[in-house]
Ligand binder design. Structure first.
Ligand SMILES: C[S@@+](CC[C@H](N)C(=O)[O-])C[C@H]1O[C@@H](n2cnc3c(N)ncnc32)[C@H](O)[C@@H]1O
Length: 254
């Protein structure tokens, strides 16, 4: 059997490994602001929900939420954490590129915590946006939060991630037949002393987001947010000085 792994599998195992070591509960200020626009009775899909950080916060506020994620351990963790919200919030293992729900069932779709950045390739990112549009009701809205860097840092990150950060060994093992290509902006984080599986993330450009939104015929607007470390996911132990987010909010082109 081939030892080569796909980026998607790597992302899944990385996030499974993270569960034992780092989960967070806080809600970021821009997320909170979007939540204020939610209406009673809204049915919400938390796409790439991880350990249920947002889904559970929404369930606590009485919203019906479905969370899907590739990482089975993250889903199990979320299910256990949400035990007392059974029926209000449900978590299932699922792929954002093939959302296991019928057309037009959700009032809102959210994709937080830079989850879109962890989708394995450009075609997967586009496919997940098309899927998001498919499951949204005609009057539904969406909220996507991606990482954003200032131009110079972005250039360095996108280039260095692509050229330098990719260890030769990882490159060799990643170029399996499942690995459809390595794109500009892709980066691989190293293997942490506790997390034995490398992580993957793609720094999205605005142009790229525009392309996905237009292909999915979504009306949208982009805005930046800068958060201080104190606010970052409510986790004060997080080392970053601040994190920049690019927020994409919008609705179907009716
Ligand atoms: C950075 S975590 C964010 C988790 C959560 N949204 C939050 O804000 O706390 C990214 C999540 O995306 C998930 N993910 C990546 N690719 C996916 C895919 N194709 N389908 C479903 N989930 C995926 C990962 O397993 C991981 O749990």
């Amino acid at each position: 059997m081939s030892k080569k792994i796909s980026i998607k599998n790597m992302v899944k195992e990385h996030h499974n490994a993270l569960v034992d070591y780092y989960t967070c509960d806080g809600v970021e200020p821009d997320e909170r602001k979007y939540f204020e626009s939610l209406e009673k009775g809204d049915i919400i899909l938390d796409l790439c929900c991880g350990t249920g950080r947002i889904a559970i916060a929404l369930a606590k506020n009485g919203f019906l939420v479905r969370g899907i994620d590739l990482a089975n351990k993250a889903i199990k963790f979320a299910q256990e954490k949400a035990e007392c919200y059974k029926g209000i919030v449900d978590f299932i293992i699922g792929d954002a590129t093939k959302i296991p729900f019928k057309d037009k069932v959700f009032d809102r779709v959210i994709c937080t915590g830079a989850s879109l950045d962890t989708l394995a390739s450009s075609s997967e990112r586009l496919q997940s946006i098309l899927e998001m549009a498919r499951v949204l009701k005609d009057d539904g809205t969406f909220f996507i939060q991606t990482n954003y860097f200032l131009p110079l840092k972005k250039l360095i990150w996108r280039t260095a991630g692509f050229v330098i950060k990719l260890p030769v060994r990882a490159l060799k093992s990643l170029l399996g037949k499942d690995c459809t290509g390595l794109y500009f902006g892709d980066s691989f984080c190293g293997i942490h002393f506790k997390i034995k599986v490398a992580g993957f993330s793609h720094t999205l450009s605005k142009r790229e987001l525009n392309r996905y939104m237009e292909s999915a015929k979504l009306e949208y607007k982009l805005e930046y947010k800068i958060e201080t470390d104190k606010e970052y996911m409510g986790d004060k132990s997080f080392k970053a000085k601040f994190s920049r987010r690019l927020i994409t909010v919008g609705h179907k082109n009716r």
